[in-house]
Design a binder for this molecule. Structure first.
Ligand SMILES: NC(=O)c1ccc[n+]([C@@H]2O[C@H](COP(=O)([O-])OP(=O)(O)OC[C@H]3O[C@@H](n4cnc5c(N)ncnc54)[C@H](OP(=O)(O)O)[C@@H]3O)[C@@H](O)[C@H]2O)c1
Length: 166
């Protein structure tokens, strides 16, 4: 079985996803949704994203960390030396969740069938990490939520799923 490859990301204007090794916004509702969507599925991430987690490996999910460092070890994670190797490790799963960051999104974009995005309506001038643009020739909106406002930061966001056009 080959897993469906799904990218999940929270994206501000211009594809911005990170700054100084952290997320741009910590929207509780979005973090809850991320957990609900990924729970029970393998999550594949770059080493820098893994190291940005405050509590290490994400519970209830197989954590696969991609690194060029063959001696890299961390509790609760499996390591892979490339995205392809990470995908081989989860070959028996129905769906593999690619959870970032920028380097890994870029490599996974051509392989993904589904993008589950949180689109945040905010310009972040000092963002330093980005994901590739969602080209409408390649992707079609499958589902879109109404807009919500985060009570803490005041930003408006919505959830949009894009499917690869056949
Ligand atoms: N908004 C969101 O949804 C979201 C989600 C996730 C992360 N982020 C943000 O994104 C930022 C991190 O992203 P990033 O692009 O800097 O780093 P990243 O993609 O998380 O990790 C990069 C690391 O992955 C490894 N790697 C990448 N390509 C590889 C390959 N082909 N083969 C082997 N190893 C490879 C390397 O690890 P080694 O250096 O160990 O070799 C590289 O340094 C943070 O700010 C984070 O908060 C945002």
């Amino acid at each position: 079985m080959t897993p469906q490859i799904t990218i999940i990301a929270a994206v501000a204007r211009n594809g911005a996803i990170g700054r100084k090794g952290d997320l741009l916004f910590h929207i509780s509702d979005d973090l809850r949704r991320f957990k609900a969507i990924t729970l029970g599925k393998p999550v594949i991430m770059g080493r820098k994203t893994f190291e940005s987690f405050p509590n290490g490996a994400l519970p209830g999910r197989r954590n696969i960390v991609i690194t060029r460092n063959s001696s890299y070890r961390a509790p609760g994670v499996e390591t892979a030396s490339s995205l392809e190797e990470a995908l081989e490790l989860v070959a028996n799963s129905a769906e593999a969740m690619v959870i970032g960051g920028g380097e890994i999104y870029s490599q996974a974009f051509p392989l993904a069938g589904l993008l589950r995005l949180t689109l945040i309506d905010a310009e972040v001038a000092d963002a330093d990490t980005f994901m590739p643009p969602v080209d409408e020739k390649t992707w079609v909106v499958k589902e879109q939520s109404a807009p919500f406002t985060d009570p803490r930061s005041g930003v408006t966001y919505c959830f949009v799923d894009y499917e690869r056009r056949r």
